[in-house]
Design a protein. Structure first.
Lengths: 448, 399
């Protein structure tokens, strides 16, 4: 290191620069002077859309982002207004939220909790986001929800199906519109009993992580209550791509039904293997062999192709629903992007609107006011029929769709058909149900 | 001073100034301007920059000195993180026990892995470490779910026992602290349109990083470091002269594992959450990239490489189409669309692509990494003739 000699010219330059710096209005502040984190001060408000743009759920993330962009357009008064016209609450005027224009920042969760948290933190710390939403897996949702609780912003969960998100890992600042494993099990069991009888022997293949465990437990307890017997439950590694070794023992076990607690690429591969092994043509115990997939999505059905035909599963929403809300959403999404939305897009769009509406009704962006406005909020016209945001665990309670793979699809989007709409009473549970126990909401945190 | 020669001490001072002034250096653009997108001076990213700097410094002690390419270093980072979070769940939210235990546990795990893997060298060593890391990842992700929380990971909850801390009020989320100083506490300095954030957690991480950097200089300059370099240049000859190199390589492996554990512990101290992905092989690959990008075997290189990669991951990945359109809004429509279509694949979710291109360019044109780039620039503008080029790392930082 060398220090240059002090010259008269140099001294004057430095002096000038220093005095210019000092004339700037300067003050030191600790954060949190405005009562809650990232209180919007200008004429705009920033929302953070944190979705997987790379990794196994990138397709769903892309669809979620489309839905958010559509929601922002509608909130700011653009487009045809979408679900705002059918929504039972009329607080939203199409002039932004509380008169502030909605702006947004996006981030890539990479379907990793670390990356998701880093991305959410940068939205909160750098971009001043007052609400974070998105996510396409439960691990990420739980991680980001806890972060939002600590930082004092609202988290509106995207696609997350594990019981834990509003069960043992629930947080006061987090809300979930999507349904969960328990509801899937409760909705599926009666339909399965009707279709396949009450004396089935089930064999579970379960993805070896939290979502798999809660789904297996939910389906198992619901079907066993119907009289089914669970022969065996085998865990499969998440990274598995060839399931032949797991399918072969199924036939020897004496089971006549295979439950695939798999999601995404896992489900596509395991179902394809099972069909290739000819399981569905077999007769066991005098009955046709059947396969069940507890959580369906259109993108998965697309991946598995013809193999999904006639296979039962559950889903949160489907674009072929004919109520006013669903029709309005499919129309405005279709007009903008040219194809029907997925269930991930639907839940994300609805979450964005529900947040905006809660802020309008509360008259403040303060997370505690928003929490109060959302808790025990009843609404309709969002595509799922009458819905309750339960205050005890911040979970939405609404009808659940039981679907099956369509025998004669008319287009590449027309892969599932609705078998039954299970009414909400049948999928409602106590907040302290054993499958949900062990958590606590705590109190809402508005930040420093 | 401090047992360093003049040049090394100068380097340490420069790094100290850079880290202490980081809130200013990383926030050069005024708030609200179009360039504010490139500001990196917010607490979370600054913390990550120094923490991954520590991780890369530690990795460089193994890879840069002995030439042993470990492809499983993320396992030690992950083990350190899990150890730290368990200390926070069981003992106290104070970060000191968490960090100390994370170093110890990661060191012990490194001892085990190193003892087995170091029986082989070259590609076999890399594969063995990779196998261990993937095994740890798989265990953490599913088999050990009761201990690691599996997919959902672990976070401190107010219901945890925490025997040293008083009971929290129901519903309060526990916060990591250093004797009461909250890691998330920050104050902001507003100068005109500029906002600079000073975060308690960042400065603690930065001081730890300076200590880690100082220790790495001492290791580089010690007789022990010389032995490690001998392993790299010709291990066979070393063995023929009757020296047993195994204790040296094992020691280097364990030290570097402890650095990774320290980084893992600090990550938890700054952001109280652990997920198994932290141990995934891509995370191990990332630290290799950081070291090579910055300059393997140099003192400052790994820190620069870590900084560049984390900056790309957090800043470039957030530039979406809307932001691009805003930038080029002043241009005629056709040209705007063309520019947006041309640039879009390289930003946002395409940041990996940009990083890959930079990595290729660096490896092809600057085999010594960013440090070599800095030296070339320095030579170009330098007044005096370049001093003797020392291959061992006493290089000036790229500034």
């Amino acid at each position: 290191m060398s220090f240059s000699k002090l010259t008269r010219r140099g001294l004057m330059k430095t002096g000038a620069a220093a005095s210019a710096g000092l004339t700037l209005p300067t003050y030191l502040r600790a954060d949190g002077h405005s009562g809650f984190t990232n209180a919007p001060t200008g004429s705009t408000v920033t929302l953070g859309f944190n979705v997987p743009q790379s990794g196994p759920y990138a397709d769903e993330g892309a669809d979620e982002l489309r839905a958010y962009e559509l929601a922002v357009e509608h909130l700011n008064g653009g487009g045809d207004g979408g679900l705002m016209n059918t929504f039972s609450s009329k607080a939203l005027q199409g002039n932004g939220i509380l008169g502030k224009k909605v702006e947004y920042v996006t981030g890539d969760t990479q379907t990793k909790s670390d990356a998701a948290r880093a991305s959410a933190k940068s939205m909160i710390e750098k971009d001043g986001a007052v609400m974070i939403t998105g996510g396409s897996s439960s691990g990420v949702a739980v991680a980001v929800q806890a972060l939002c609780q600590e930082a004092g912003v609202i988290f509106m969960a995207g696609l997350t199906h594990s019981n834990d998100t509003t069960g043992k890992d629930k947080r006061a600042n987090g809300f979930r519109h999507f349904f969960n494993s328990y509801m899937s099990g409760a909705a599926l069991a009666p339909v399965l009993a009707n279709a396949y009888g009450t004396d089935r022997k089930a064999y579970h293949l379960t993805a070896d992580y939290n979502w798999g465990y809660t789904t297996e437990e939910a389906v198992r307890s619901s079907t066993e209550a119907m009289g089914w017997e669970t022969v065996n439950a085998v865990k499969t590694p998440l990274t598995q791509t060839d399931f032949s070794a797991y399918i072969a023992p199924v036939l020897q076990s004496g089971a006549d039904t295979l439950v695939l607690n798999h999601y995404g690429g896992n489900m596509v591969n395991s179902l394809t293997n099972a069909v290739q092994f000819g399981l569905r043509d077999k007769q066991v115990n005098g009955k046709d062999f059947q396969i069940v997939v507890p959580l369906y999505s259109r993108l998965m059905a697309k991946g598995a192709g013809a193999n999904v035909k006639g296979i039962f599963g559950s889903t949160n929403w489907h674009w072929s629903l004919t109520d006013e809300g669903s029709k309005a959403f499919v129309k405005s999404f279709g007009t903008k992007y040219g194809f029907p939305p997925s269930q991930a897009a639907h839940t994300c769009y609805v979450q964005a609107l529900l947040y905006a509406d809660a802020v309008e009704r509360a008259g403040s962006f303060n997370p505690c006011a928003v929490v109060e406005a959302l808790e025990d909020f009843e609404f309709d016209g969002m595509g799922n029929g009458p819905t309750l945001y339960r205050g005890a665990d911040h979970q939405c309670f609404k009808d659940v769709l039981v679907v099956k793979g369509k025998e004669n699809p008319e287009s590449e989007f027309d892969l599932l058909e609705i078998v039954e709409v299970t009414p909400v009473e049948q999928v409602t549970y106590d907040p302290d149900h054993p499958q949900m126990a062990g958590g606590s909401l705590g109190t809402c945190n508005p930040g420093a | 001073m401090l047992g360093l020669n003049k040049k090394d001490f100068g380097l340490l001072i420069i790094v100290a100034i850079l880290t202490m002034a980081a809130p200013f250096i990383l926030n050069p653009f005024p708030e609200g301007s179009a360039m504010a997108q490139f500001n990196a001076g917010y607490p979370d990213l600054m913390q990550r920059l120094v923490i991954f700097g520590i991780f890369a410094i530690g990795f460089n002690i193994l890879f840069g000195l002995t030439g042993y390419l470990s492809f499983g270093h993320a396992a030690f980072l992950g083990v350190g993180s899990y150890a730290a979070i368990w200390m926070m769940k069981l003992l106290t939210m104070n970060v000191i026990p968490a960090i100390v235990v994370s170093i110890v546990i990661a060191g012990l795990f490194a001892l085990l892995v190193g003892w087995i893997s170091l029986r082989r060298s070259g590609i076999y060593f890399s594969i063995l470490t990779l196998a261990f890391a993937q095994m740890s990842y798989a265990l953490a992700y599913s088999v050990l779910t009761p201990i690691t929380g599996g997919e959902t990971g672990l976070q401190p909850k107010y219901t945890d026992p925490r025997i040293l801390d008083g009971a929290l009020e129901a519903g309060q989320s526990p916060r990591a602290n250093l004797f009461g100083l909250d890691m998330r506490a920050s104050s902001e300095l507003v100068m005109g349109n500029w906002v600079f954030t000073f975060n308690a957690g960042y400065y603690i991480a930065a001081i730890v990083m300076l200590i880690a950097f100082y220790m790495s200089i001492r290791i580089f300059r010690s007789p022990f470091g010389m032995m490690l370099r001998a392993v790299k240049s010709n291990q066979q000859r070393m063995n023929y002269t009757g020296l047993n190199s195994k204790p040296y390589t094992l020691a280097a492996f364990v030290i570097s594992g402890m650095y990774a554990g320290l980084a893992g512990g600090l990550l938890v101290a700054m952001d109280t959450q652990v997920g198994a992905e932290r141990m995934f092989w891509t995370a191990s690959g990332e630290v290799v990239l950081m070291t090579i990008l910055g300059g393997a075997g140099t003192l400052i290189g790994p820190v620069l490489g870590a900084g560049l990669i984390k900056y790309m991951e957090n800043i470039v990945s957030k530039i979406n189409k809307g932001v691009l359109e805003q930038w080029f809004a002043f241009m005629p429509d056709g040209i705007e669309d063309l520019l947006v279509t041309m640039i879009y694949p390289f930003v946002g979710k395409g940041w990996h692509l940009t990083l890959g291109i930079i990595f290729m360019l660096v490896v092809i044109f600057l085999p010594g990494g960013l440090v070599e780039g800095g030296q070339r620039i320095g030579r170009l503008f330098g007044r005096k003739k370049p001093s003797d080029s020392s291959p061992d790392g006493s290089k000036t930082p790229a500034e």
